[in-house]
Design a protein around this ligand. Structure first.
Ligand SMILES: NC(=O)c1ccc[n+]([C@@H]2O[C@H](COP(=O)([O-])OP(=O)(O)OC[C@H]3O[C@@H](n4cnc5c(N)ncnc54)[C@H](OP(=O)(O)O)[C@@H]3O)[C@@H](O)[C@H]2O)c1
Length: 291
């Protein structure tokens, strides 16, 4: 890799929650950015903006040829008849990998899901596994992060809980005793940056998890500390029924599977490679970083 200030990094899904935070982090480091999104977005003065939904070579290749790394942040955890997992998570990743190879970009960083493996049975996880395989077999230097819930300003879980608070009731599916391992989005941006510049992250699949496992019950309780909204554990069968009958339900079918799946990751390994301590979820929730 050239000197940090001479690096140019492309980021797909530039409008998304993680991408916005990563772009902000890298911009503050003085890194030249190329943001790619399917619709218009607010770019930094120094950032090249590329709008593309088809990822056609002729529109992107000449710009991408100048990049040292690409951070692929397009993905979806809820599908519909318009956009299913195969088309968003697998096919777009395949296109992006091909573009990286043609543009001779050396490094790709991808966010997969915590719990993904070759033995996955959940459609979302299977699509992420297939996307991982596209990246691994590409021959590019890769870092794949299998992520738990990423928390910070504008994260999907916070948005969901805030929507429920507005309605006056927070629903916890089932017992709520299953655990999550939230990670702060600034720490995610920092570790992605490390993955781009450090050989220690070369060709690795790593869990992207915070320092603590916490039951969903406890997480929601801490989250709800200020609003004191009523919290109710609702029978899983009922929540699942709503998820299947209402595309606008608080929790989608796959959200429920991921929650109940109780997936945990290896924080120690991540911390040792990254060389810094990650924020604890309580500190993040109590600071102004989540709203
Ligand atoms: N947030 C988490 O807790 C978490 C946990 C595990 C894994 N991840 C993974 O991390 C990545 C970033 O997540 P995020 O939280 O930032 O999600 P997000 O806010 O929903 O951003 C996802 C991005 O993907 C883009 N996208 C979705 N469908 C697309 C399509 N058909 N064509 C082109 N672009 C499309 C979205 O574009 P628009 O803005 O135009 O819709 C958006 O920019 C995803 O791969 C996600 O699966 C996130």
């Amino acid at each position: 890799m050239p000197k940090h200030t001479n690096l140019r990094i492309a980021i797909t899904g530039a409008n998304g929650f993680v991408a916005k935070n990563v772009r902000n982090y890298l911009h503050n480091k003085g890194i030249e950015l190329i943001g790619i999104a399917r619709t218009n977005f607010q770019n930094y003065k120094s950032e090249i903006k590329l709008i593309s939904s088809e990822f056609k070579e002729q529109n992107l290749l000449s710009k991408l040829k100048t990049c040292n790394a690409l951070i692929h942040l397009i993905g979806s955890g809820r599908q519909s008849s318009y956009a299913d997992y195969e088309s968003v998570n697998v096919e777009i990743t395949t296109k992006i990998v091909e573009l990286c190879k043609k543009a001779k970009i050396k490094k790709i960083v991808y966010i997969s899901g915590l719990g993904v493996s070759k033995d996955s049975t959940l459609g979302y996880f299977i699509s992420k596994f297939k996307a991982e395989q596209q990246i691994i077999k590409s021959g590019l230097d890769y870092t794949i992060f299998r992520s738990s819930y990423i928390i910070g300003n504008g994260d999907p879980l916070t948005k969901n809980l805030n929507r429920q608070i507005k309605k006056g009731l927070i629903i916890i599916p089932g017992s709520g005793k299953y655990n999550i391992q939230p990670i702060f989005v600034n720490d995610v941006a920092n570790v992605i940056w490390k993955a781009v510049i450090s050989k220690k992250f070369s060709n690795k699949i790593l869990d992207l998890v915070g320092p603590e496992k916490v039951s969903f019950n406890e997480f929601v309780k801490v989250f709800n500390n200020k609003s004191k909204t009523k919290i109710q554990n609702i029978d899983l069968e009922k929540v699942y029924y709503k998820a299947l009958h209402n595309s606008d339900s608080e929790y989608g079918p796959d959200d429920l599977s991921i929650l109940v799946g109780d997936f945990a990751g290896n924080y120690k390994k991540l911390k040792n490679l990254a060389g810094f301590e990650f924020r604890k979820y309580r500190e993040v929730l109590h600071s102004s970083s989540v709203s």
